[in-house]
Design a protein around this ligand. Structure first.
Ligand SMILES: CC(C)(COP(=O)(O)OP(=O)(O)OC[C@H]1O[C@@H](n2cnc3c(N)ncnc32)[C@H](O)[C@@H]1OP(=O)(O)O)[C@@H](O)C(=O)NCCC(=O)NCCS
Length: 137
């Protein structure tokens, strides 16, 4: 958990606290997974993903990769894992929000066939716009 929180702090303007992660894990709809390296003596977290599945809908809530390990396919692997898992259930539509300036994340989501459907003005910190993206199974 401490490694996850450290990555979150390095990645987000409004990071989830340890308590927020703990509360999320207690939600029965929640799923949180880490990508971990285990080829060294001390396994370490490289990235994580959190999402909720509700009936036919799924929402991606959080995704981050340790800045040191970016552009090596970890984000893609976490997304592929998420979508494979959700597609084994009844999920038919996938939703997410992403800051409009976050081009790396937007490119990643586009590569998994997410499409922009709306913009929410001043969604983050009453200042930064969000893009709502949807993917159909
Ligand atoms: C978005 C994020 C998760 C991507 O993780 P990553 O492990 O670096 O991504 P990958 O190496 O798996 O790249 C997969 C694809 O994402 C896109 N991408 C990732 N980083 C990119 C960048 N800097 N510029 C452009 N496209 C990028 C590309 O399409 C890439 O495919 P390619 O390498 O074949 O071109 C990572 O940048 C991150 O943690 N950002 C901060 C947290 C964040 O913004 N989370 C999303 C909140 S909605």
């Amino acid at each position: 958990m401490d490694e996850v929180v450290a990555i979150e702090r390095a990645c987000s303007r409004t990071p989830w606290s340890k308590r927020m992660f703990m509360e999320e894990l207690q939600n029965p709809l929640a799923h949180c997974f880490v990508c971990r390296r285990d080829d060294s003596e001390q396994p370490s977290v490289l990235g994580f993903i959190c999402f909720r599945n509700v009936g036919e809908e799924s929402e991606l809530l959080n995704l981050a990769v340790d800045p040191v390990h970016r552009r090596s396919g970890i984000g893609k692997e976490l997304m592929q894992f998420y979508l494979n898992l959700a597609e084994k259930t009844q999920v038919k539509r996938f939703y997410l929000e992403v800051e409009t300036s976050n081009l790396s994340a937007i490119r990643l989501y586009e590569s998994f066939s997410y499409q922009p459907v709306a913009t929410r003005k001043r969604f983050y910190q009453d200042r930064f716009d969000a893009l709502v993206m949807v993917r159909k199974a």
